[in-house]
Design a protein around this ligand. Structure first.
Ligand code: RP5
Length: 163
């Protein structure tokens, strides 16, 4: 089996695609390959199960699952794989994302889902890279370089002159 060094991104609907693009972009910057699928957990359960069953052959080590409203997609994915699953709640429901956030973060015991902020595809990508970086020193170096660059950018802000 190929080393599982890729990230699988799945959104529940085309309407969630912006968060997936943010995750894919940050992963691309870090030299991590990803693939993005649009599969509803309730409208296309069999297709979702087929994709999850193929994670090994796709060398996918971490899954990012992005959904709003009932937001069951991350939990459904996590129920079918032991790979780490990162859930991204999306705005749009009765509480503008708080509903999806609470749904994802309250995954009942036995099957965890890591949860990032509402719509925060970028942090989901960074967390996925950090997980893959545990067994990839050069990816860890690239993550550290990115942190250093963002710290430099803040230090260079005119408001911080003299510090
Ligand atoms: C969820 O319902 C999706 O993840 C999306 O966030 C939300 C709305 O979906 P659409 O009605 O735009 O397909 O399944």
């Amino acid at each position: 089996m190929e080393r599982p060094n890729r990230v699988g991104i799945v959104v529940g609907s085309r309407s969630d695609i912006a968060a997936a693009e943010k995750a894919a972009a940050v992963l691309g910057d870090l030299g991590v390959e990803s693939e993005t699928r649009v599969i509803s957990a309730h409208r296309a359960p069999e297709l979702l199960a087929r994709w999850i069953a193929s994670l090994d052959e796709r060398a996918i080590g971490v899954v990012i699952a992005i959904a709003g409203l009932a937001a069951h997609l991350p939990g459904v994915v996590a129920s079918q794989t032991t790979r780490p699953v990162i859930g991204v709640p999306m705005a749009g429901g009765v509480s503008d994302g708080l509903d999806a956030l609470l749904a994802i973060v309250q995954m009942p015991k036995g099957v965890p889902v890591a949860t990032v902020g509402v719509g925060n595809g970028e942090n989901a990508g960074l967390l996925a890279a950090a997980i893959l970086g545990v067994s990839d020193p050069s990816l860890r170096d690239r993550l550290a370089a990115r942190r250093a660059a963002q710290a430099r950018e803040i230090a260079a802000d005119a408001a911080n002159e003299g510090l």
